[in-house]
Design a protein around this ligand. Structure first.
Ligand code: URA
Length: 236
């Protein structure tokens, strides 16, 4: 890999900043002052320092976003604001994409990464990773609806949901719904099928990972190793 790419992936500098560091003789590669930003380095073994500070290379990155309403879960859109506008500049060179989608008006837990296999494992219906949503409805949910959700709901001619869990709050217009698929508008359509309209929707959990209550709306932070394992190892 080129030295300037390596340095930018370590998020210490952009490519043009890297060139400047090199001109100033501030970057060493395996102890030798670097002369060219396009020199090839082996990312698995090289030791690069900027002003004596060692860089640590990471290929993949995993972010938690507390998505606000009003942003679409896409990396580009000609007309609407995308979640990428919420991502701090220091992460943009990682070529991130959202793991699954939330509707424009849905809030809450969204993971972004550049790790395709990880994203696939989290979204594949075959992996059965549960997602939990909090919803506010126009009408009270009924106890009988719990059984309907549990059996799976036929949403159209060729799609019936897998069994889903429905928890009704003390205020029956507030519910928690746990599903392990992610079809278009799935939660809204499931609620509509029992005669209730979703007025507000927020994803609060994926697998064993809950939305960080201290992360403000629109806030982004990296996932810890422990949180990553909660996402991928859990079927809660
Ligand atoms: N189900 C929905 O209806 N909308 C979402 O954004 C996510 C799940």
């Amino acid at each position: 890999m080129r030295l300037d790419k390596y340095v930018s992936l370590c998020k210490k500098a952009t490519r043009s900043e890297t060139k400047k560091f090199i001109r100033q003789g501030n970057i060493t590669v395996n102890g030798v002052v670097a002369k060219k930003s396009d020199m090839q380095v082996d990312e698995n073994s090289v030791l690069v320092c900027i002003n004596g500070e060692e860089l640590s290379y990471r290929k993949y990155i995993y972010l938690m976003l507390n998505k606000p309403a009003g942003y679409i879960s896409a990396t580009y859109d000609a007309h609407q604001k995308t979640i990428m506008e919420l991502i701090p500049d220091e992460y943009l060179h990682f070529e991130l994409f959202p793991v699954g989608r939330l509707d424009i008006d849905t809030e809450g837990l969204l993971i972004l990464t550049n790790d395709g296999k990880f994203a696939h494992d989290l979204t594949s219906p075959r992996k059965h990773v549960y997602k939990t949503y909090y919803a506010e409805l126009d009408k009270p949910m009924q106890q009988g609806d719990i059984e309907i959700f549990k059996k799976g709901i036929k949403l159209d001619a060729d799609f019936t949901t897998l069994p889903a869990e429905l928890y009704i709050d003390e205020n029956p217009k507030r519910v928690y719904i746990k599903i392990c698929e992610g079809k278009f508008h799935q939660v809204k359509r499931m609620c509509e099928s029992v005669g209730k309209k979703v007025m507000y929707l927020k994803r609060i959990r994926i697998g064993g990972l809950s939305l960080d209550p201290d992360l403000p709306k629109g806030g982004v932070r990296e996932l810890s190793g422990k949180e990553l394992r909660l996402l991928t190892n859990s079927n809660e």
